[in-house]
Design a protein around this ligand. Sequence first.
Ligand code: SF4
Length: 303
Amino acid sequence: MDIRKEIQSLKKKLNAVILAHNYQSYEVQSIADFVGDSLELSLESRKTDAEIIVFAGVKFMAEQAKVLNPNKKVLIPTPSAVCSLANMVTVKMLEEYRRRYPDAPLVVYVNSPIEVKASADYIVTSASAVSVISKLDSDTILFAPDANLAHYVAEVTKKKIVPIPPTGHCYVHLLITPYDILEAKKKYPNGVVIVHPEVPSESQKLADYVGGTSGMVRFVAKTDAKVFLVGTETGMLNRLRRDFPDKEFYPIVSKADCIGMKKITLESIYLSLKNMVYEVSVREEYAKRVREALERTFKLLGV
Ligand code: SF4
C-alpha cells in the first residue's frame, strides 16, 4: 500500500484538509495542505472550506481549531500527542495571581489547557506575544505558562511581566543552553544563531535573532546569510530547508525533539482519515470564552 496515495485519496473523498505544525516530521509536513505555527494554523483553520480538519500537532492546537470551527469535524491522529508545557498551569494558579494583581490583564500563551485559555483576557502565540502585550494599556501583565517567553517579552516591551508559574518551561527548548550555542558557533563560525523565545534567557542573549517559528521564516527570508544555527524543536529544520533550499540550516541541539509532536505519523494520519478518529470536542462553556479571548486578540492584531 502506498500510504501517501491512500491519504490523498481519502482526503479528496472526505473533503478533508491536513494542517501541520512546523515541528512535525518531514514526511508529515510534506503530506500537509498547510504548514505553519499555531497562529497561522488557527487562521488557516478558519479559512478552509473543508468539512474535516486533520490536525497534525499537539492536543491544545487541535482544541483551538475546534473552538474556531465548531461546525467542522476536527480530528487529532494521536490523542496522546500533548504538550508538557501546557500542563504546567492550572486555573487555580491563575485565580491566585488575579487576586494578587487585580488590575493586570491576563495573557495566556496558546500552549495551555482549554480551561486555562477560557480564563484569559488575551491568547497569544510566541509570534504575537510582543505585539499584543505592547498594545495593552497596562505596565504590569500576568503571563502563563512559559517563564522564558515571559522574560523575553519583558525585555522587548520593558513592561513588568509576571510569569505564572514562575518556572513554567518547555523541556525541549530548555535543552538549548549557552554552551550548545558556543559549541555550534565553533563549528560554524559564520552561522547566524536563531532561537525560539522558549529557550533559557541566557541562551537568548547569545542569539542574532529571537522569535517564534513564523518569525524565523521571515528573518531567514530577509537575511543574506547562507548558514543558520537553529535553536528550537528539530522539526523546524524541515520547514526551513524546504522553504530555503539555497541556504544551510543546522540544529544547535540535534536531540531537541518534542515527544508529543513526533507522535503524529503518516500511519496515524492515514488511520485517522480511514476510521474518522480521534474527534476533538471542547465543552461549549469553555469554547465560548476562548472564542471571545481569541477574537479580542485578533482584533488587537488586526487579523
Ligand atoms: S516543543 Fe515544547 S512547547 Fe512545543 S509542543 Fe513540544 S513540549 Fe510543548
